[in-house]
Design a protein around this ligand. Structure first.
Ligand code: GTP
Length: 597
C-alpha cells in the first residue's frame, strides 16, 4: 500500500468505555470478518479476557476501508488494555501508530485513565480523534461531556464524533475522521530496514512470532534479519498481516504493521522494543525503543509438585516472551522448596499470570504473599534491593529502609469524596491537590505503594459504588519506619507469609492476619498457635482449637491403667505430629491473609 493510503491508530479509553466494542464494529464495517465469524469481541481472544470482559494484551488488525473520497485505505488498528496494571502495553501500541481514537463514555465522562492515556498519546506525538460513545443510553450527556473534554483534555468540543458502538450508529463517521484527520506514516522503502519489535509470542506450530512496525525499508520471505540488541540473525520464513487471522503477504514496507516468523529459537533474542534490520544491509542506528518496565509487586511462585520445576521454568519463559513487563528469577524457600520470584506491574497482573499458568500450562502453584520492592541501606554502607520480605535481615544490621511511593489521581463524584479521602489518610496518604471537573472531584495524593498494592483499588471501588477511577505512577523512594512481621504457625515461621509493614500499622495488621488465618487453616488433631511477631516479640496471637477426638471415650470407667496407657499413646502421637507433621495451609490463605477489610 502507498504510504498516503495507510493510517495506523490505537484506541485508548478508560476501562469499560467501549474500546473493544468499537474495535469489533470497525472490523465488521470493513468486512474483515463475515457475520458468522464475528462472535462479539473478536479481539479479546484470550479465554481469560473473554471471561473477565477485559483486554489484557494489545491486539492488532489490518482493515480495508473504501472512503467517500474514492480512495481505498489500509487501516491498522491496535486495541489496547484499559486497566492501570497494563499501562505498559498501551505505551508500546502507541509507539507503533500515528494517531489515537480517544473513546469516552457519554454517560460517564472523563475518568482518571482517560487523562493518563491522553498524556501518553500526546507524548507519543499522536493526533487524537475524540469519540463520544454510548450516546444510545438515556443517561448520556454528550453536550456536558464534550465540554468536559474541551476543558480538561484541551480538544475542541466540535471535533468529537458521537457514536454508539453497541448499535453501530455513526461508525462511518469514525472511519472518515480516521482517514482525514490522522496523518499518514512516513518512511523510505529504499532505506535500510528498521522494524520496531512491538510484541512477540509463542505459537505452538510456528514457534516465536514477532509483531513489528516497519519504520524504514522492506522485509520479505527469504531475507536474513538481525536483532540489533543481541546481534542474532535468522532466516525469514514468512511475513504477514492480521486480518485478524494471520495472513502471509509478499513483503512488509514502511508504515506497515505485521508479523515476521523466522524460526527464532532463543526466546532471549526477542526483546520488545528492539530494532530488526537486514543482516546484509544493516541500519546504522537502532530505533529509540521503549522505556523498560519496572515491576512493582513481587511474589514467589512454587510448584505444588516438585517435579514440575522445569516445566514451570519453561512456561514462565514463554509467558515472558509475550509479556515483557513480567520478570522472574529462581528462588528457594525453606517451606516451599524450589520456585521463582516473579515481578508484576500490579495485583491484577499477578492474578492473570497465575491463572494463565494454571490454564494454559496446567501447573498447580502456590503463590506467596506479594510484596513491593524496598531499598535496604546496610550499616556498612552497602545498598540492596529487597524483593522478598523473608530475606529481610535483622533490623540491627540495617541503617535505614526506603519504601516506594506513588502519585495517584483519583476521580470521584462529590457524594463519595469524604470516604475516599478518609481511605487515603488511613493509608498514610498526603494530599497534593483537590480540584473539580464538573461535579467530579479529582484528588491527587502521594501514597506509599505498600498501602495500595493489596486492596486499595477494591476498597476504593466499594466505597464509591464503583464510580471512583484511579490511576498512578511511581514517585520515588523515601525512608520509612518499616518492620518485618513474621507469621508463626505452630511456632514454626512460615517464610512465605512474612510481610513488611509500617511500624504504626504492624499490630493491627498482625492481629487481622492471625484472625484470618484462624478461619482459613483447617482444624488439626492438636491445638495450633497462630502468632505474628516482630523479631522475637509476639505482637498478636490466635489459637486454633484441636479437632475433638477423645480416645478415652471408648473405655468405660474402672481400668485406670488402660486409660493412662491410651492417653500416653495419644500424647506421643500429638508430639510426633508437632515435630514432623506439617500443618497444611491452604493456598488460598497466602493471598487472602493480606487483604484487609
Ligand atoms: P476493556 O477492554 O476492559 O478496557 O473495556 P472496553 O473499554 O473495551 O469496554 P467494552 O468494549 O468491553 O465495553 C464495556 C461495556 O459497555 C460492555 O458491556 C459493552 O456492551 C458496553 N458498551 C460498549 N459500547 C456501548 C454503547 O455504545 N452503548 C451501550 N449502551 N453500551 C455499550
Amino acid at each position: 500500500t502507498p504510504l498516503h493510503l495507510i493510517r495506523n491508530f490505537s484506541i485508548i479509553a478508560h476501562i469499560d468505555h467501549g474500546k473493544s466494542t468499537l474495535a469489533d464494529r470497525l472490523i465488521e464495517a470493513c468486512g474483515a470478518l463475515t457475520a458468522r465469524e464475528m462472535k462479539g469481541q473478536v479481539l479479546d481472544s484470550m479465554e481469560l479476557e473473554q471471561e473477565r470482559g477485559i483486554t489484557i494484551k494489545a491486539q492488532t488488525v489490518r482493515l480495508t476501508y473504501p472512503a467517500k473520497d474514492g480512495n481505498i485505505y489500509t487501516l491498522n488498528l491496535m486495541d489496547t488494555p484499559g486497566h492501570v496494571d497494563f499501562a505498559y502495553e498501551v505505551s508500546r501500541s502507541l509507539a507503533a501508530c500515528e494517531g489515537s481514537l480517544l473513546v469516552v463514555d457519554a454517560s460517564q465522562g472523563v475518568e482518571a485513565q482517560t487523562l493518563a492515556n491522553v498524556y501518553q498519546a500526546i507524548e507519543a506525538d499522536h493526533e487524537i480523534v475524540p469519540v463520544l460513545n454510548k450516546i444510545d443510553l438515556p443517561a448520556a450527556e454528550p453536550e456536558r461531556v464534550r465540554n468536559q473534554i474541551e476543558e480538561v483534555v484541551g480538544i475542541p468540543a466540535d471535533e468529537t464524533v458521537d457514536i454508539s458502538a453497541k448499535t453501530g450508529l455513526n461508525i462511518e463517521g469514525v472511519l472518515e475522521a480516521l482517514v482525514h484527520r490522522l496523518p499518514p506514516p512516513k518512511g523510505d522503502a529504499e532505506a535500510p530496514l528498521q522494524a520496531l519489535l512491538v510484541d512477540s509470542w509463542y505459537d505452538t506450530y510456528l514457534g516465536v512470532i514477532t509483531l513489528v512496525r516497519i519504520k524504514e525499508g522492506r522485509v520479505k520471505k527469504g531475507d536474513r534479519i538481525r536483532m540489533m540488541q543481541m546481534g542474532a540473525t535468522y532466516h525469514v520464513d514468512q511475513v504477514g498481516v492480521f486480518h485478524p487471522k494471520m495472513t502471509p503477504v509478499d513483503s512488509l514496507g514502511p508504515g506497515e504493521i505485521g508479523y515476521i516468523n523466522a524460526a527464532i529459537k532463543a526466546v532471549a533474542d526477542c526483546n520488545v522494543g528492539d530494532t530488526i534490520t537486514l543482516d546484509n544491509r544493516p541500519a546504522e542506528k537502532a530505533l529509540p525503543g521503549f522505556k523498560p518496565s519496572v515491576p512493582v509487586v513481587w511474589c514467589g511462585l512454587f510448584p505444588i509438585n516438585a517435579d514440575d520445576f522445569e516445566k514451570l521454568r519453561n512456561s514462565l519463559a514463554k509467558l515472558r516472551l509475550n509479556d515483557a513487563s513480567f520478570h522472574f528469577e529462581a528462588e528457594t524457600s525453606a517451606a516451599l522448596g524450589f520456585g521463582f520470584r516473579c515481578g508484576f506491574l500490579g495485583l491484577l497482573h499477578l492474578e492473570i499470570i497465575q491463572e494463565r499458568l494454571s490454564r494454559e500450562f496446567n501447573l498447580d502453584l502456590i503463590a506467596t504473599a506479594p510484596s513491593v520492592v524496598y531499598i535496604l541501606h546496610h550499616s556498612d554502607g552497602t545498598v540492596e534491593e529487597l524483593h522478598n520480605p523473608a530475606d529481610m535481615p535483622d533490623l540491627s544490621q540495617v541503617a535505614h529502609i526506603e519504601e516506594p511511593w506513588i502519585k495517584a489521581s483519583i476521580m470521584v463524584q462529590d457524594d463519595y469524596l469524604g470516604p475516599v479521602l478518609t481511605l487515603c489518610t488511613e493509608r498514610r496518604g498526603v494530599q497534593l491537590d483537590l480540584t473539580y471537573v464538573g461535579n467530579r472531584a479529582m484528588a491527587v495524593y502521594r501514597l506509599p505503594l505498600n498501602e495500595v498494592v493489596f486492596d486499595f483499588y477494591d476498597r476504593l471501588k466499594s466505597l464509591s459504588r464503583g464510580y471512583a477511577s484511579f490511576d498512578y505512577q511511581m514517585d520515588g523512594y523515601e525512608e520509612s519506619n518499616l518492620v518485618r512481621i513474621s507469621i508463626l504457625v505452630n511456632h514454626e515461621p512460615v517464610d512465605a507469609l512474612s510481610f513488611v509493614a509500617h511500624r504504626s500499622a504492624a499490630e493491627t495488621r498482625g492481629r487481622a492476619i492471625c484472625a484470618k488465618l484462624k478461619e482459613l487453616i483447617p482444624r488439626q488433631l492438636f491445638k495450633i498457635a497462630i502468632q505474628a511477631s516482630i523479631g522475637s516479640k509476639v505482637i498478636a496471637r490466635e489459637t486454633l482449637g484441636a479437632m475433638s477426638k477423645d480416645v478415652t471415650a471408648k473405655c468405660y470407667g474402672g481400668d485406670i491403667s488402660r486409660k493412662r496407657k491410651l492417653l500416653d499413646k495419644q500424647k506421643e502421637g500429638k508430639k510426633r505430629m508437632r515435630q514432623f507433621g506439617k500443618v497444611e495451609i491452604p493456598q488460598s490463605a497466602f493471598l487472602a491473609a493480606l487483604k484487609m477489610d
